[in-house]
Design a protein around this ligand. Structure first.
Ligand code: ADP
Ligand code: MG
Length: 398
């Protein structure tokens, strides 16, 4: 979905108050009645002008079939509210290119006032379900008002909370910088997803490093749940050859892990399924892409479980539920994700429980291209250059 920020600067203080009123009203109303918008915005002169300004640029939408006259917030409206929060807090000054389109998210490069680039991730749960998963429509329709909004908020909050605790405990993840509503701001990782890397000098050591990361997550009580070539960014660093040339030029690859809305505790009822899937995603990718197969079987969940708490590592699954992202929220989000099949972006069949074969590769090429076409819808469109950002729109001026 586009993020058209150009109207932001033209909204008046009253327009913003009116937009905020619609947001507040939608906590209890699927369609926020016009008188309630007026009341919540506290604008004496009436809100009709503001409502029509907001509706005109698609930040709120009138619901025609409702029993009463009213409006609901659109994704665009929610985007504006969260950007406005970032603008006021000086987390974001300008918005640039879109670098990713996930199944249920949009990723943009943004910058702060100093021009330091950051990443804005907007969660858009409900997008797929409304568009393609017919069967799930009823489910969503029957849910309370704005379930897409609520679920997207939960996803953002979960992702942000996990990113924080992972970062604090030394995991290679982006730095979480800010969170508002259905969005988060994090540091920009100057790297490509492993998916886009055609060869590496030493697949065995990268493989070992990734498996070690899965095991280290387990040590802290966690399973990523979507550990695949889309969610591992590979940073490349070249160390020049030493002056005497005894040490040749060296290329170091550092994997950075992203995308956390589906993380689960190692004590989750389906922990084994998620753990095995994470391990197998890596195995399969290394086999197909780098023609590398590890001599070792596993690792298995039983081994991972033995590491929990080792060397004084804290239970991050426990830490997270104590810090803002409650167990109840986790349950709600998980139920939703399961229902609409949002569960792993590298393995489109996984949510349906299809265990793909690791064997018979006669059809490998066909399989790859099929996988590619699926991936097209899901994969990032990495814009040629993040630096060359002529679409940058400044939102930071008051
Ligand atoms: P989704 O949940 O939709 O899969 P991700 O968090 O995996 O979203 O992000 C989608 C893509 O956006 C990633 O594959 C990556 O290319 C890019 N991306 C996400 N976060 C960052 C970041 N912090 N730095 C650089 N690129 C990122
Ligand atoms: Mg992803």
């Amino acid at each position: 979905m586009r993020l058209d920020t150009k109207h932001m600067r033209y909204l008046t203080v009253e327009d913003w108050r009116c937009l905020t009123a619609v947001e507040t009203g939608s906590k209890n109303h699927e369609v926020v009645p016009t008188p309630l918008i007026a009341q919540l915005s506290g604008l004496r002169g009436g809100v009709h002008k503001n409502i029509s300004a907001l509706a005109k640029v698609g930040l709120i939408a009138r619901l025609k079939n409702a029993k009463y006259d009213g409006y609901r917030l659109t994704y665009g409206g929610l985007d504006y509210l969260s950007l406005n929060t970032y603008r006021k807090r000086k987390d974001v000054y300008s918005v640039g290119n879109q670098i990713g389109v996930g199944k249920e998210s949009d990723i943009f490069v943004v910058a702060d006032e100093q021009g330091v680039q950051r990443v804005l991730k907007i969660h858009r749960l409900g997008r797929i379900s409304f568009r393609t998963v017919k069967a799930n429509r009823d489910y969503l329709k029957n849910r309370s008002s704005g379930s897409w909004m609520y679920m997207s908020r939960l996803a953002a909050l979960k992702e942000y909370t996990f990113m924080q605790v992972l970062r604090e405990n030394g995991f290679p993840v982006p730095e979480p910088l800010a969170q508002s509503r259905h969005t988060i701001v994090m540091s920009l990782i100057d790297a490509f997803p492993m998916r886009q890397i055609s060869s590496v000098p030493d697949p065995a050591s990268l493989y070992a490093e990734l498996i070690a990361m899965i095991m280290r997550l387990a040590q802290f009580g966690l399973i990523h749940g979507d550990f695949n070539e889309f969610n591992i960014l590979i940073k490349e660093e070249t160390t020049p050859a030493s002056a005497d040339e005894k040490e040749p030029e060296k290329l170091t690859l550092t994997p950075i892990l992203i995308d956390f809305p589906q993380m689960v505790s190692i004590d989750h009822a389906n922990a084994e399924y998620y753990f095995d899937r994470d391990v197998n995603c890596i195995k399969r990718f290394f086999q197909r892409r780098f023609h590398f197969t590890s001599d070792e079987k596993g690792p298995y969940l039983s081994e991972a479980k033995r590491l929990v708490g080792k060397d004084g590592s804290v239970r991050l699954d426990v830490a997270v539920s104590a810090s803002g992202f409650s167990k109840k929220m986790a349950k709600e989000l998980e139920a939703y994700m399961k229902e609409v099949g949002v569960d792993g972006d590298g393995d489109p069949n996984a949510a349906r429980g299809d265990e793909e074969d690791d064997s018979g590769n006669e059809d490998e090429e066909a399989e790859e291209s099929e996988e590619d076409s699926e991936a097209k819808q899901l994969e990032v469109t990495q814009v040629e250059s993040i630096q060359n950002d002529e679409n940058r729109v400044i939102i930071g001026k008051d």
